[in-house]
Design a protein around this ligand. Sequence first.
Ligand code: IVH
Length: 674
Amino acid sequence: MKQEIERLREEIREHEYHYYVENAPTISDQEFDALMHQLIKLEAENPDCFDPNSPTQRVGSDLALSDFEQVEHRYPMLSLGNTYSEGEVRDWYSRVCKDLGVVNDSQLVEVVCELKFDGTSISLWYEDGDLVRAVTRGDGVRGDDVTRNVRTIKNIPLKLIQNNISQFSTLNSHNVEFRGEILLPWKEFERLNAERERNEEPLFANPRNAASGTLKLQNSRTVAKRNLIAQVYGVLGVEQNTHSDSLQWAKALGMPVSDTTRVCKSIDEVMEFIAYWNDERKNLPVATDGIVLKVNSLNQQKNLGFTAKSPRWAIAYKFQAERALTRLNSVSYQVGRTGAITPVANLEPVQLSGTIVKRASLHNADIIAGLDLHIGDMVYVEKGGEIIPKITEVDNSQRQEGAERVIFIDKCPECGTELVRVEGEAAHYCPNEISCPPQQKGKIEHFVSRKAMNIDGLGSETIAMLYDRGLIHDVADLYTLTVGKLARMERLGEKSAQNIVDAVKKSCEVPFERVLFALGIRYVGETVAKKLASAFGSMQALSVAKREELTAVDEIGERIADSLILYFDDMRNMQLVERLQGFGVKMEGRVARAELSNKLDGLTIVISGTFEHHSRDEYKVMIEAHGGKNGSGVTSKTSLLLAGANMGPAKLEKAEKLGVKIISETEFLEMLNA
Ligand code: IVH
């Protein structure tokens, strides 16, 4: 049976390829559906043959699947103790000397100073000189096997320089592991974000997020284009006398080891290193967030050992976030697509971490009040993890007499409508969804975006131009555009006009769940839209659904339900939906779900620990595919706790206390087989 299932999967994959990749299907939709149904049936009858990569699973789950194999680390990937203070660095050194029974600063405890690279950690395994595996940190015990992506990183050798292995002849086996950091250089980070901005994709907040996001991409070709680099800072499975020797050895084998590393013989030398890089780091091509100090002698490291979380022989000194002092000139208010008002501080331009800062986010009225901001105040700006800097402090001593306090506006700056603030929420909103220009333009931008109706050729500038000239007032008007009307606009040639009209027409093929998402109903994101589409099947059914019917749907809470009711209660929205339907936009269709069985119907299952037969992600998909629900923590509502090896004692204790049934991996698989 396994063979038959595999054969079917292969056949379906081929058809998918013809359909999705080549755009040239070789069978009809009905024939394809029949094959898929046959596979769903066979998989349901044979849970043993479960495969997260089966075509049935493609549409089956909203879980963010890693799709990378989970691998146990040979040595756990620990973290480091942190400090922001030089005093604490000295204390650490004194403690180390004391523990080793050495007089402080007698030059008997060497410390290696390294830059703390701000990317994502990686473990690189080599066997007989070949790169065999690259694994992310994960939870420190197990990580994702990202070898296929790491192979694209050009400064990571796929083969070690063999003759240097024998030259140093200290490899205690043919296996060696390197630890390091994967980084996206500043230049590449800026290039990538500029490209994402052009494509209207969300920006990465910092190079660290960009590097870890890139490493988890499914398509290694895209990874290759991003130009990640690696820096190696540790070697395991090799016998040397000192850490600096093992780094040198790694370098001789072709590993990228930073030449900024320095061996210091006293704590004062360490302090010099810190002081130097505190400034100089701004000129580095990659992001760093501190200095790592490591006892050099491996023997001394062994004697010092580890605490529960980190080695006693190392510590990280973190750099203070850079900040700049500048004047607050004014505060302006932006109106977003959903009507949310964002206050923005306009500043006297100031240099900060390599860029000139002119604006800072003020987030909401509470933040403004908390800072007690006055126009003309001297304020400190900092770049945190976000793209836009924020004001962290006001220098009250420099406030001018009679300075005007910043009071949050009460009317929309675009349409004059009285603003509202939903209880319990920090943001103010302009409730005039229908005719507040930025809201309407934003709605149209969202409607045409890739994940919604995917209408190419309509960037935000074109939309603004069409809106300002009165050619479109809402999303339905897009379907009334003609080549003649469009070509009259400056900057739009006949060809672009034709492309836009074609793209609008093609959007009538977009499935219902994406249409629902495209409408931009508050709190209805992609996942919620999918859930609603599969539960109600049509806009008509959804628009008349009662509050209880809405909240009965998995993961639809009262907030979403109220937002939907409010939307469909407004005649103008109903008219818009009707017009869209009139133009041929899809208003019905259920999301296909690969339901394998209903054996777990009504059960909420919590997974804990590590497993032998399938990964945790695979079990999560299996639970949903058999009608169950995944729970995140053990509560009185938990029906079962699926327990693997190394399960946290707290979860076990809680389950026992609440009388939640605990089952093993084998029992779970038997349950599905029954
Ligand atoms: S040593 C057991 N050295 O910082 C200690 N880590 O919490 C192993 N990092 O995410 C880490 N530069 O990936 C070490 N020169 C360096 C480092 C470094 C960056 C990262 C590491 C981990 C975190 C340590």
